[in-house]
Design a protein around this ligand. Structure first.
Ligand code: SIN
Length: 527
């Protein structure tokens, strides 16, 4: 057994997987019997975004549906920048992924004939989302994967550990810096056979978010700091119906509720989406999010009314939503649910090719930390878990191919030095407020420049915390890419450039060096 202690690097033949959500666990299982080390900040299942997903997995399972129709909806929602080849590849694999998860024991909802119960979500032309117990898909898929991982001897899970940096030699990723997630600690460098990043997105960089507390852009940030190309950083998806109960993170009221017929009303009782889009509550997510944001800003208190369509059934059909409402003293059977737009999903991330590789050698990426071209400027609902599953397998196969024959490797024992810098919670709170206020649902050049100056100051005040630097790196990339994109498209809306510009209908690519150059031009902006 290798023992990592003090500053001495440890070398292992294991593949290091950073993250412990659906993509990470699926890849670990796919790689078996190759030895892997899964880095999980919490006990497995706690704190991964995947486990919080309510909607489910989009897949053409109905007799009247096709993968091509699913791909077309993905491209339409993505507002002109989806890579069609990636959309077709991912949607074509969806059915097989669902059948496999079923085999693994995921208890998808079934009808009386044994068919999958399918929910309709925004911008899908038909009901296409495979779900579990109404709003429990993420949790239940994770339970099935965790049970399989626990029974797979080749998978070592390091719980309570997080990654905070990558070692790069000659353009090749050779190791991962690890530290304790549950207490301040020093760092240990672990060099492995290959590195897969599967550690989630950036939602928690915002003050109002549906993401678990630890998901704050750290994985994208560490890859960017190591020199990886980042794509589509400006495209952040805001979910229209987070429950506005003051809880942080904000609990989600799944879009499936609107698929069932729940309507959006304001304090005056107006169903305001009717005037905004022909599909009303089922318009693409960015359009609904902006309408909700406008109602909130105008003080008209937007609410989701499930009473007429669900009545008392909401408790049995959407237990997570009901529990969140009751925690906040809202009874959804008798009252409409107050809602707000909240940062939910980052379409941008580490630029990832269709073989799962990043721009640095030895580095693969899957799930929300990646940007594969599937989502374009606006992710189609419930395509997130699907992408994670499909690319987890692609990455696992690519890694296996690159390593050749299976070699055994003993478990790694991790011991961390006790000294270390934890990020200052006040600085994180300030960063999150800045992102929500100036890099949020609605943006303009002055606000973005102000945000970049503020991010630079927060970073300078943050001392030696690698964790905070990873967050500020991602925040810088989001704000800089948003400043550069002088148009509105999908999740990126600029009040100073409110229309899409066909000449800019392409994905963006930016290194951290370029983003920092843009930031340095704004650093005199703060009062
Ligand atoms: C939801 O259930 O509304 C969220 C689903 C998703 O983000 O894909």
């Amino acid at each position: 057994m290798n023992v990592a202690g003090g500053e001495a690097p440890v070398t292992t033949g294991r593949i290091i997987i950073v993250g412990a959500g659906i993509g990470a666990l699926h890849a670990a299982l796919e790689l078996a019997p190759r030895p892997v080390l899964v880095i999980s900040p919490e006990v497995l299942g706690g704190g991964a975004s995947s486990a919080w997903a309510q909607g489910g997995v989009a897949a053409a399972m109905a007799a009247n549906d096709t993968a091509e129709d699913h791909a077309q909806d993905t491209m339409r929602a993505g507002a002109g920048t989806v890579d069609p080849a990636v959309a077709r590849m991912v949607t074509a694999d969806a059915r097989a992924q669902i059948l496999e998860l079923t085999e693994l024991g995921t208890p998808f909802d079934r009808d009386a004939m044994g068919g999958y119960v399918l929910s309709r979500e925004a911008a899908h032309a038909r009901a296409r989302v495979v779900r579990v117990k109404g709003d429990q898909a993420g949790r239940e898929i994770m339970q099935a994967l965790i049970a399989a991982v626990r029974a797979t001897p080749s998978v070592q899970v390091a719980e309570g550990v997080m990654a905070s940096g990558l070692e790069v030699r000659d353009g090749f990723v050779t190791g991962v810096w690890l530290e304790r997630a549950d207490a301040p600690s020093g760092r240990v460098l672990v060099r492995g056979a290959a590195v897969l990043l599967a550690g989630g997105g950036s939602g928690g960089l915002y003050a109002v978010t549906t993401n678990p507390p630890r998901i704050r852009g750290q994985v994208i940030g560490m890859a960017a700091r190591a020199g990886a190309m980042i794509a589509d950083a400006e495209f952040v998806q805001f979910h229209p119906t987070a429950i506005a109960s003051g809880e942080d993170p904000a609990p989600l009221a799944t879009e499936a509720l609107r698929g069932e017929g729940a309507v959006l009303v304001n304090a005056a009782g107006e169903r305001f989406m009717l005037a905004v889009h022909p599909d009303a509550e089922l318009a693409p997510r960015d359009i609904v999010a902006r309408a909700i944001f406008a109602e909130t800003q105008a003080g008209r208190r937007p609410m989701l009314d499930t009473r007429a369509v669900l009545g008392a059934e909401i408790a049995s059909r959407f237990p997570a939503v009901t529990a969140a409402c009751l925690r906040a003293g809202i009874d959804p059977v008798t009252e409409p649910i107050p809602v707000a737009a909240a940062a939910h999903y980052h379409m941008g991330g580490v630029d990832t090719r269709s073989d799962g590789r990043a721009s640095l050698g030895g580095l693969w990426v899957c799930g929300e930390a990646s940007s594969t071209g599937l989502h374009g400027a606006n992710r189609l609902a419930s395509n997130g878990l699907l992408e994670a599953l499909v690319f987890a397998r692609i990455c696992a196969r690519g890694i296996a191919e690159s390593l050749g024959e299976v070699k055994d490797a003993p478990p790694v024992a991790l011991q961390f030095p006790t000294d270390g810098d934890a990020p200052d919670p006040a600085l994180i709170a300030e960063l999150r407020r800045l992102m929500t206020d100036h890099v949020g649902v609605v943006r303009d050049a002055a606000g973005l420049r102000h945000a970049l100056a503020g991010i630079a100051r927060i970073e300078a005040q943050g001392g030696e915390s690698e964790n905070l630097r990873n967050m500020t790196a991602t925040a810088t990339l989001i704000a800089a890419a948003a400043l550069v994109r002088q148009e509105s498209r999908g999740g990126h809306f600029r009040t100073d450039f409110p229309a899409p510009d066909p000449a800019q209908a392409r994905r963006s690519h930016m290194t951290l060096t370029e983003a920092l150059r843009i930031r340095s031009l704004c650093e005199t902006e703060e009062p």
